[in-house]
Design a protein. Structure first.
Length: 476
């Protein structure tokens, strides 16, 4: 009930405070009012009370709150309300969580401070409010053109320079680096530690991702060991989601076994379940590339041999054709000439004796004419015979040059030739070439191939390298 004062009364400060307190209590009624807001500055006290702010944000894209009120959950209500929240997908009270709560005013006249005590939480509406917050972040990403930006980036075929973001000293760090080290590949890991849970996690993760943009990394891996949905809530915060979506380097994410889906998983280039799976996927990508290289090399070798054999066959065919055609042409002219002479002779024998001299004279002319024609035909045949020879010689020179090039290419790939140039090749006892330090064991006998010979060696020690600007990860 309001205290009563005369119209011209002058109130003391305490009387004004009591008046304000009574006015607020009467305005809110016995049940209080329902309000929706986003949790900030959450601080559970050792006394059992829980202190927090409720904030309201403006239009899409706004990062600063437009209104903030201080709230408290007294310990008499705290344990009950916390258990209710933990029984839902909301998990725990935390910064960034949207809540729909019933509040009453709590004005302290002595200090002149106003806060609101939380009496109840509408769990259903709170879950809807959190889905709405996620929808706002999605809408903002779409508006900025970042929703599928990172997913569309092409991951290099051989991502040996890896940026790692995870909690320092965590199982996620150990599992990830261990998998890379066991591969035997010479990974260079740039490690940026960041907390993956708690109020400071979003800013730490965002800063680490920003730092790695200029590190020259082929790929960034954001990993953690998993946990409940409330532990993973950092991966639904706008700051972390924006950092992942806007990254100019592909980001692969592995944040645990949870069946719930976070916004970070939706915008990342690739998502796997656990840190070890992420590292294994990186290794498999490189292994697949090496298999493709081996297959391509074999295809090139087979193609070279096929082309060489085809060139030899074509050269033999051209050579045979160059010899056969001139001979056939000359033989044909000789046959036609002999037939012509025989016809002339047969015609002359049918005439009478009185015309013999005339026939002989004409026969002489015919012989002379036939001789000239035969000489002309022979010159023509010789000319025709020379053309295929000239063409054949030109084709022979071209095919010979091609064979020389193919032979040079084959010699360049010969291991013996490589050893003469100063290279040494190592193979195990079965003859398989050694490609990685990970394939060598101490005590193993190896065969070395060098110029003009080979040698047998026993491995006494192996060393692997794993370069890291802040912390070594895995290497070969």
């Amino acid at each position: 009930m309001f205290p009563e004062f005369s119209e011209n009364a002058i109130l003391s400060v305490s009387e004004l405070g009591e008046f304000v307190k009574a006015a607020l209590n009467q305005s809110f009624g016995t049940e209080g009012l329902w309000v929706k807001g986003v949790v900030a500055s959450y601080s559970p006290h050792t006394s059992g009370h829980h202190y927090l702010d409720l904030q309201e944000f403006g239009e899409l894209g706004s990062s600063a709150p437009v209104a903030t009120v201080s709230c408290v959950i007294w310990r008499t209500r705290a344990s009950s309300l916390v258990r209710q929240i933990q029984s839902t997908p909301l998990g725990n009270i935390r910064n960034g969580l949207s809540l729909v709560v019933r509040v009453k005013p709590n004005f302290w006249p002595k200090g002149g401070r106003l806060s609101f005590q939380i009496e109840d939480i509408d769990l259903g509406l709170s879950q809807i409010a959190n889905l709405q917050e996620k929808a706002k972040i999605r809408a903002k990403l779409l508006q900025l053109g970042l929703w599928d930006h990172n997913r569309q980036l092409e991951t290099p075929l051989v991502p040996l320079k890896v940026g790692l973001v995870t909690a320092q000293g965590s199982a996620a760090e150990s599992d990830f680096l261990g998998e890379l080290k066991r591969s035997g590949f010479a990974f260079k890991v740039t490690y940026r530690p960041a907390s993956t849970a708690g109020d400071s996690a979003p800013s730490q993760i965002s800063r680490s991702i920003q730092h790695l943009q200029n590190s020259g990394a082929d790929l960034i891996c954001l990993v953690r060991g998993g946990g409940s949905m409330s532990d993973l809530s950092v991966f639904d915060t706008e700051e972390v989601v924006m950092a992942v979506a806007a990254s100019s380097i592909p980001i692969w994410v592995g944040i645990g076994h949870s069946t719930d889906t976070t916004l970070v998983e939706e915008v990342a280039n690739k998502y796997l379940d656990v840190p070890q799976s992420v590292a294994r996927a990186v290794v498999v990508r490189i292994q697949d590339f090496l298999v493709q290289i081996d297959q391509l090399s074999q295809r090139m070798h087979n193609l070279g041999r096929s082309k060489l054999e085809l060139a030899r066959l074509q050269l033999a065919e051209v050579s045979n054709e160059a010899v056969r055609k001139p001979i056939e042409l000359i033989h044909g002219h000789n046959v036609r000439l002999s037939q012509y002479v025989e016809r002339v002779k047969s015609s002359a024998l049918l005439n009478t004796t009185s015309a013999k001299s005339e026939i002989l004279h004409r026969q002489g002319n015919l012989y002379t004419t036939a001789l000239h024609q035969a000489m002309d035909q022979e010159r023509h045949v010789n000319t025709l015979a020379e053309l295929p020879k000239v063409r054949a010689m030109s084709q022979l020179r071209n095919q010979s040059h091609t064979l020389d090039l193919l032979e040079s290419s084959a010699r360049a790939s010969d291991p013996e030739e490589m050893s003469k140039r100063g290279f040494a090749l190592l193979a195990n006892e079965s003859g398989t070439l050694i490609r990685s330090i990970g394939k060598i064991k101490v005590g193993q006998r190896l065969k070395g191939i060098v110029g003009r010979g080979s040698f047998i060696a026993t491995v006494n020690e192996t060393k692997t390298t794993f370069k890291d600007d802040e912390r070594s990860g895995a290497g070969a």
